[in-house]
Design a protein around this ligand. Structure first.
Ligand code: PEP
Ligand code: MG
Length: 873
């Protein structure tokens, strides 16, 4: 018989912290804390396996319900209460808990087990009638919303009416009689909305609640969250049924959430919030603004001391920052959750660094604690320190970085504006799990209410989005689509800048600057370098980018796209002259004008990369990219260059191709117009010789693009070597240089053994290789590819993350075949995938020598390469 239900209580648990996959994060944490002797209310966990089995045809797997009833009996014995009793009733919470936390994405029900009879028992056993009826109405509200689908706001409206009628301002003003009356109104509302009475049978309540939690695994917001966070659909959620403890029993009770270190900055400080006389949902939902945890020290010193002891124990036990939830019932502390805390990249770096220095974890663990996907956040823009500005409002700095964008007030608008290419800031009173798509689409998030642990704060930190919460001075009018601060009105579409590191809101656009590596981050990256096997280079075509990349740790250039240089300044005129030339003679004349520019560019890059290899790719794009397309633009160029309009237009028509990406580009240009490539090789080698004479260590690698047949490379290699030898001879020096090719056509991968005869290196151009393998246009597929990803045909955009089953096979084959011919063949990747952690794992596995990515991805790649090496061990 499969075991589906795991009990914990009385200082002993059937599972433990290592059972995360089976019990979910929450269930494993509760079991582990129980075993550690930390005060946890007793309960049981129904496994994720049960959830997966249930999903198949919405029925429980065999034995699950019987095991649940057994565990419930044990729970009654442990608590000395009885489920459904009208004297001393046992109440439970029913909560979801997946392997990884998905804050607020799935359902929770508290106070389950209350009905018209048991509420009386609760009033007697607690000697607090007001509390009993407050709990009952909370239960009806939550259960009806989660399980029966009655809108939350309809209940809130009834509460508001009573408050208004009686002249109360706070919920805490309502008396036992008020709540009693509301319970009746709530039940009538449920009858009205669902056509059935509110369920009074506690067993039915339990079953429905368990089903609802199982079902919530497949609600829209959970699905969206999983997609964004790459969580597999087949993990399922566990269900935790735990004896209720009450934070709403009066002023000696309360509830809170805390982190053992600051989740935003990583500082070593106990960080969190609590609410007196409240239940857990009140804190997380951002309904009441909670107080900082330090105040608990004044209000309940004994409890605070105990809590301190517990959190220290948890942190040294788990050797990681913990996110904890607790409730105090009449002065007694209970822990309701512990899990590894979500943190910003900045905090992840600081915590990993500090914990290594504290001797809590080793270097490898420290490196593995910082997720490559996450550090991208640290490389996000900040407000230029030189900028002067006056903030119009200040909230809590919930997630760092800065963002500029147009104000929108709904998640839907954020998504649709972003789809049109607008940068937006999502401004809301508070966010809810339904807003997840809009939060993802926005540059940043600003909320008027909520604390550092509110939904917006937690989710934004996880996404690495800049976020400000609890900005109480802004007043949002969603209907009018404006917000006001004092006498300033900000309309939908107006630009604002937000600084998630300070909480400042600024009207208009403020200049942002790119970040630098912090000392601790730089150190962690240097530890990563000790473990990684892959080299990390950069794709750069200017001395500036080369410098940036070097500062981020790039060990050379893996791709310098020479065509970018053709557009700079007035050299485009000479390039156009070259393209418009009708004879070889004219072309050579025009090329002679281009060459000095190219040479200067290369010298700048070689100097910036002193000591490191630089792969320069010869001209790749179709020539028509360099001449204007519309008649209007042609006229402008005609005016500026003196070339007649008709000549330009004729050339444009001549160069037109139906499929330019499969057309006259790459080495095909070098084959048909050898003088173009020749000029480039002269420029590269002359530049190299000249800087070498100045003492620069230069390692040029000349790369021929879009080779599909070894004969193309054979011919072009011959030319390259001839020119290089001639130049070195002229300068009287010998340089070590390489000639290689890009593997970016399936035929090149398939015949890599032949091609390797003429190549000293291969660089996988996975942008084109993806395009040509999948038959998907790099430029046009954006219109339908997202749909493919949504439907799960491709798990991810294959232009972002390498299609391992398809394109990956070609890469692997290219490496194997190439090395068969030439064992010391150097191999790398220079498509966009070179900066994508999952693709980098693959590159490590197939034994590439290096990856090359854009300068700002270099730190991500260094870390991902280390993770790949460490995880393979
Ligand atoms: C590639 O195709 O992967 C590549 C790096 O070259 P480009 O993007 O310039 O075509
Ligand atoms: Mg390419």
């Amino acid at each position: 018989m499969v075991k589906y239900v795991y009990f914990f209580g009385n200082g002993k648990a059937e599972g433990d912290g290592s059972d995360k996959n089976l019990l979910g994060g929450k269930g494993a944490g509760l079991a582990e804390m129980t075993n550690l002797g930390i005060p946890v209310p007793p309960g049981f966990t129904i496994t994720t396996e049960a959830c997966i089995a249930y999903q198949k045809n919405k029925t429980y797997p065999e034995g699950m319900w019987e095991q649940t009833l057994e565990a419930l009996k044990k729970l009654e014995e442990t608590t000395k209460k009885k489920f459904g009793s009208n004297e001393n009733p046992l109440l439970v919470s029913v909560r979801s808990g997946a392997r990884v936390s998905m804050p607020g994405m799935m359902d929770t029900i508290l106070n389950l087990g209350l009905n018209d009879e048991t509420v009386k028992g609760l009033a007697t056993s607690s000697n607090n009638e007001r509390f009993a009826y407050d709990s009952y109405r909370r239960f009806i509200q939550m259960f009806s919303n989660v399980v029966l689908g009655v809108e939350h706001s309809k209940f809130e409206k009834l509460i508001s009416e009573v408050k208004k009628g009686k002249g109360y301002s706070l919920d805490t003003d309502l008396t036992a009689e008020d709540w009693k009356g509301l319970v009746e109104k709530f039940k009538a509302l449920v009858q009205n909305e669902t056509g059935k009475p509110f369920p009074q049978d506690v067993m039915e309540q339990l079953k429905l609640a368990i089903n609802a939690v199982f079902d919530s695994w497949d609600n829209q917001r959970a699905k969206t969250y999983r997609k964004i966070n790459k969580i597999p659909d087949d993990w399922g959620t566990a269900v935790n049924v735990v004896a209720m403890v009450f934070g709403n029993m009066g002023n000696d009770s309360g509830t809170g959430v805390a982190f053992t270190r600051n989740p935003s900055t990583g500082e070593k400080e106990f960080f969190g919030e609590f609410l007196i006389n409240a239940q857990g949902e009140d804190v997380v939902a951002g309904i009441r603004t909670p107080e900082p945890i330090s105040r608990l020290k004044d209000e309940m010193p004994g409890v605070f001391a105990q809590l301190e002891e517990v959190y220290k124990k948890l942190e040294s036990h788990y050797k990681d920052m913990q996110d904890i939830e607790f409730t105090v019932e009449r002065g007694v502390l209970y822990m309701l959750q512990t899990r590894s805390g979500k943190r910003t990249a900045r905090a992840a770096v600081k915590i990993a660094y500090d914990m290594y220095k504290e001797g809590l974890i080793d270097k490898k663990t420290a490196v593995l604690r910082v997720a490559p996907e996450q550090v991208d956040q640290l490389l996000h823009p900040m407000i230029d320190p030189k900028e002067k500005y006056t903030p119009i409002a200040k909230g809590l700095p919930a997630s760092p970085g800065a963002a500029v964008g147009r104000v929108v007030f709904t998640a839907d608008d954020a998504e649709s504006w972003a789809a049109k290419g607008e940068k937006v800031i999502l401004v809301r009173d508070e966010t809810s799990p339904e807003d997840i798509g809009g939060m993802h689409a926005a540059e940043g998030i600003l909320t008027a209410t909520g604390g550092m642990t509110s939904h917006a704060a937690v989710v934004a930190r996880g996404m690495g989005k800049c976020c400000i919460v609890g900005c109480g001075s802004i007043h949002i009018d969603e209907d009018e689509k404006v917000f006001t601060v004092g006498n300033i009105t900000v309309k939908e579409g107006d630009f604002i800048t937000i600084n998630g590191s300070t909480g400042e809101v600024i009207l208009g656009k403020v200049k942002l600057v790119d970040p630098e590596l912090s000392g601790e981050f730089a150190e962690i990256l240097s530890w990563a370098d000790e473990f990684r096997k892959l080299g990390v280079r950069t794709n750069a075509d200017t001395p500036h980018d080369s410098k940036v990349a070097r500062e981020f740790g790039a060990e050379g250039i893996g791709l310098c796209r020479t065509e970018h240089m053709f557009f700079e300044g007035d050299r485009i005129d000479a390039v156009r002259e070259m393209i418009l030339a009708d004879t070889e003679e004219e072309r050579v004349k025009a090329l002679a004008k281009v060459k000095p520019y190219q040479k200067e560019d290369f010298k700048g890059i070689f100097k910036a990369m002193d000591g490191f290899p630089v792969t320069v790719r010869l001209l790749d794009p179709p020539l028509h990219e360099f001449i204007p397309h519309t008649d209007e633009d042609i006229q402008k160029v005609a005016n500026a260059s003196g070339i007649p309009f008709d000549v330009l237009k004729k050339k444009r028509d001549e160069l037109h191709e139906f499929n330019p990406m499969l057309g006259h580009r790459g080495c095909r240009l070098g084959i048909t117009y050898p003088e173009i490539y020749e000029m480039q090789v002269y420029a590269i080698m002359e530049a190299a010789c000249e800087v070498a004479k100045e003492g620069v260590k230069v390692y040029p690698e000349i790369m021929i693009p879009l080779v599909g047949h070894y004969k193309e490379l054979e011919m072009l290699r011959e030319m390259t070597v001839r020119v290089a030898d001639e130049v070195m001879h002229k300068y009287g020096i010998t340089l070590k240089y390489l000639v290689g090719t890009m593997i970016e056509l399936p035929r090149a991968a398939l015949t890599a053994d032949e091609i390797a005869q003429y190549a000293e290196f291969f660089s996988f151009g996975t942008n084109d290789l993806t395009q040509t393998t999948l038959g998907l246009s790099r430029d046009d597929s954006g219109k339908f590819l997202p749909f493919y990803v949504e439907k799960g045909i491709y798990k991810e955009d294959p232009f972002v993350s390498l299609d391992l089953n398809g394109v990956g096979q070609l890469v692997e084959m290219g490496v194997t075949k190439g090395r068969k011919t030439r064992p010391d063949l150097k191999t790398g990747i220079c498509g966009e995938h070179g900066g994508d952690p999952a693709s980098i794992f693959f590159c490590h596995r197939v034994g590439l020598n290096y990856v090359s990515c854009s300068p700002y991805r270099v730190p991500v790649a260094r870390l991902a390469a280390a993770h790949a090496a460490l995880k393979q061990q």
